[in-house]
Ligand binder design. Structure first.
Ligand code: JB2
Length: 221
């Protein structure tokens, strides 16, 4: 599937926090129709997020036939991506599909590959032959250069920059404004701190901060 998402099915947003608001905004600008949102917090039920009503919890999704709707993954991440993975996999087990979200101001190469549920937010740039696997977020003003590959459920934070040919494993969180220089490889479950400059490969599961980025003992996530 290329950058364009032609599926016009109505949308249900999972989660009703900050990330969901940003997604709803992008969807509206792209002319997409959002049916309602669901949230794990019962105190939010009956309220709204960015003008979209919050009708209940995730079980409400199950009352909709999987063929009739597309889901939008509204859980963001600030340090770890496991919650996104858990919710995505739960809904996939029930047969649901996730919509791609591409803000109209994003620049996406026609040769980039956006897998199911990829989210490209305002001002982001996805360059030629980049591959974003399932459920990846490329947040506001971030850039993913040519031939990068970003693994499932990973999050490229606002204004982060991936040079050409960077490889990122699954569930890796790259903090706001971080830079990964060209052709480096980051493992799965890595946390890169905001503003870090990564000049060496990083193995699975590490936390790295600073300029140049150094591996530090992980704080509890
Ligand atoms: O399993 C769930 C679930 N777990 C938490 N299902 C559903 N449907 N909702 C769930 N939630 C809900 O997600 C919480 O009850 C809460 O209302 C919402 C998360 O909102 P919050 O604003 O705390 O975080 P966020 O994930 O929307 O946004 C974070 O990540 C973004 C990338 C924020 O830090 C943002 O500032 C950031 N831009």
């Amino acid at each position: 599937m290329t950058a364009r998402d032609d599926d016009s099915a109505p949308l249900i947003v999972l989660g009703a926090g900050g990330h969901a608001k940003v997604l709803i905004d992008a969807l509206r600008l792209a002319g997409r129709r959002v049916l309602f949102a669901v949230d794990a917090d019962p105190a939010r039920h009956g309220g709204s997020v960015a003008g979209v009503s919050i009708r209940g919890g995730d079980d409400l999704v199950l009352s909709q036939a999987p063929a009739d709707v597309l889901l939008v993954h509204g859980l963001g991440s600030t340090r770890q991506c496991e919650d996104r993975l858990r919710l995505f996999d739960r809904m996939k087990q029930h047969g649901y599909r996730f919509a791609r979200v591409v803000h109209p101001s994003a620049v996406v190469s026609p040769t980039a590959h956006l897998a199911e549920g990829a989210q490209i937010l305002a001002g982001a740039v996805i360059q030629t032959d980049a591959v974003l696997e399932d459920d990846v977020i490329v947040n506001t003003n971030a850039s993913v250069d040519h031939d990068c590959r970003v693994g499932r459920h990973s999050h490229v934070g606002p204004a982060a920059c991936l040079g050409g040919g960077v490889r990122v494993g699954e569930r890796t969180h790259i903090g706001a404004g971080a830079t990964i220089i060209q052709y480096r490889t980051l493992g799965a479950g890595v946390l890169v701190g905001a503003g870090a400059v990564v000049v060496r490969d990083l193995p699975d599961g590490v936390t790295a901060y600073g300029v140049p980025a150094r591996i530090v003992p992980a704080e509890p996530r």
